[in-house]
Design a protein around this ligand. Sequence first.
Ligand code: CIZ
Length: 298
Amino acid sequence: MTIQEKIQKLKKEKNAIILAHNYQLPEVQDIADFVGDSLELARISSQIKEKIIIFCGVHFMAETASILAPDKKILLPDINAGCPLANSITPEDVINLKKEYKDYAVVAYVNTSAEVKAESDYICTSANAISVVEKIPEEKIIFIPDRNLGYYVSKYTKKEMIIWNGFCPTHQRILPQDIINLKERYKDAKIVVHPECRREVLELADKIASTSGIIKFVKEDNSKTYIIGTEVGLLYRLRKENPEKEFHLASPLAVCPNMKKITLEKILWSLEDLKPEVKVPDDIREKALKPIERMLKL
Ligand code: CIZ
């Protein structure tokens, strides 16, 4: 049996489901039942009948699934698949910010730990960050933890924003010169980038969007060639779903080492042993659920 066949067999026997983030390795995306962004996957986790979820992504994503689907066993095939952006802020940092800026609302990007979400007022994703900031009643905002997404949002709102100085090292490696060089080679290409990219890169873009937003944009747009400024995993899905189009990764360095920790072997072991599990403790879960629900209502 191939490893894929072993995984499929065990998945059926254990009544499990495999969810994979858009940044996962091609072979992991291929074996998954659903591929999507973190919120899409967390929502699916709470809607499916299977009790065991092999969550192929990074730790905060598995936590978000655990918050929305507490009755499910969420397995993260490599427990060390973390997120430096999420790790750039602690719950104590948020408590201190709230003490310093008393009448501000905390809007936290989904790339945060469950404990940080529990100290926040609203959650947002890269797909809805502008709309969340615009729709909430508060006029003064502490935006955590991504400075580039914060800068992007601040361009679209008149609200006052204090922005935490965190960033995603993978998106940070995409440089404006990378985009300029590719654009010289592919003159007709549209430049489509993720809002976690540095602001000099955002300023060169024809379109700024989340992973799900990039997928939708490319599907509906009539260009043939694209320069894509985000993690390499998304290009696999873009090429698969748009075989007639051409995609160029903005930088060969846009590879997230944490996303790539999830392999077929680890998925198989995870199914065999039913571990490692990610379970958000009840007290944190109850607090973290509130800002997520506020976002979902908006
Ligand atoms: O929410 C996600 O999955 C992240 C972190 C990025 C995106 O744009 O999908």
